[in-house]
Design a protein around this ligand. Sequence first.
Ligand code: SF4
Length: 310
Amino acid sequence: MKYFVPDYFNSFKCIADRCRHNCCIGWEIDIDDATLVKYDNLADMGKALSDKFDTGIRRDCDPACFKTDEKGRCVFLNEKGLCEIILNYGEIYLCEICSCHPRFFNYCNGNMEQGIGLCCEEAARLILEGDTLPELCCTGENDADSDFDEEQLLTLRSELFDILSEDDTIENRCKRLMDKLRARLPKRSLTDWIKIYSGLERLDDEWTDILDRISKRGVSDEEYTKAEKYDRAFTRLMHYFIYRHFVNLSLEYGTDLAISFCVLSYRIIRFAFALTGGNFAKLCDIARLYSAEIEYSDENIDILINSIGG
Ligand code: SF4
């Protein structure tokens, strides 16, 4: 099997206690069966930790999951933002989800494409930072039969990356991406788009607040254009969305809706950034928020794509 990763992939390292939006907050994290067995066989732990393993895991659901406190924090997260399981037993005792996060894995044409997800603040920095488009690095041997449809989609995706690498504004390049696939976003006002986003399942009040502010105040053309200063970051953002979603979404919904979802996502992030203003760190933060709200919910993606196609 061949393995593909973007060039920033191996630079990722969790920043743990320096992370302001720890991924152990706000999510219900499932524990795979093999890890649960390991937890049940742990020995030599103090009473406090033993109590946590007894009471901090929900076993009345399948799979079991970590409980969270009233602030949505995993009960194993200490006051410094560090995981007590890692501190006491090392990373090999993390469950599958915790040890993989924020990495994602897509199987495509007999190969595996991996990346890091934008919902993590350190990953967002690596994804958006840089002057050029990321390179895709490959290891391994191609030993699988290729799938005709997926191979065609990968060829098409390379052509989309070529358009992204052209020397022009990101807005113009997005128009060309859409034209290439005869895609069109429905004519809707920004307020109407925000109404659709506001109707989706939401995680974080900060995102709700941004949506409300866009809806009440709007974003002027001038503010939107001013964000052009971050065209390089937006270009890398588009590369990330296309790399992560284009093939899978095309197989499910068609290439026109797949690219429309990527362009819509970039534009909503840009509108939110134009509204709040700020620097590169703020842009990363808004992209992170968007990702957590949208990319990790198949239902939200489905509603958005239907709202584009419907
Ligand atoms: S969000 Fe990213 S940097 Fe923060 S704790 Fe999770 S993996 Fe680490």
